[in-house]
Design a protein around this ligand. Structure first.
Ligand SMILES: [Zn+2]
Length: 169
């Protein structure tokens, strides 16, 4: 999915968290954490596209786009972070984890790549939809993408996210 959709969903996650059991948290920090972690897996995408062109999937080459990397970070924090510090950051870790999980679930519906859910153990991209061949140019990417159902779904997600953000109290 595209960055705009990940930003919109990140904002929805933040608003939902602040409307629920995380109402006591600092709103700016919650929005920052949620939107940041909703997009962090794609952080190295431009670098990988410049280096390998579109023929290579950034999902395969980016460490940030591997769910087990984030699981290992979580386990590391659980083990090594002092308990009092963990208690302070754990609500934000939960929001970050939800944001990351939703990013990977959404990307599992991408038209060109799945998500390497089990990398580095199994490096197969898992997708919930039929994949198109990798585009060779940005133009080919755009033309093929605009014909997919995902294209329209992203409009729907961004539109409904805006409605939620504006009208949800
Ligand atoms: Zn992604």
């Amino acid at each position: 999915m595209t960055t705009l959709t990940h930003i919109a969903v990140g904002a929805v996650i933040a608003k939902a968290a602040l409307s629920g059991s995380h109402a006591h948290l600092d709103p700016m920090t919650v929005y920052a954490v949620s939107i940041l972690f909703s997009n962090l897996p794609d952080l190295t995408t431009p670098i990988i596209y410049i280096r390998y062109r579109l023929a290579k999937s950034h999902h395969l080459y980016s460490l940030f786009h591997k769910p087990l990397f984030w699981v290992s970070i979580y386990v590391f924090l659980q083990i090594f972070l002092p308990k009092n510090l963990w208690e302070i950051i754990s609500p934000y870790v939960l929001i970050a984890g939800i944001s990351l999980t939703i990013h990977f679930l959404m990307d599992s519906f991408g038209p060109f790549n799945g998500v390497v859910w089990l990398a580095p153990i199994i490096k197969k991209e898992i997708s919930f939809v039929r994949l198109f061949p990798a585009p060779l140019s940005s133009r080919e990417w755009l033309v093929t993408y605009s014909k997919t159902l995902l294209h329209k779904t992203e409009y729907l997600i961004v539109g409904s996210s805006l409605v939620y953000l504006i009208f949800k109290h």
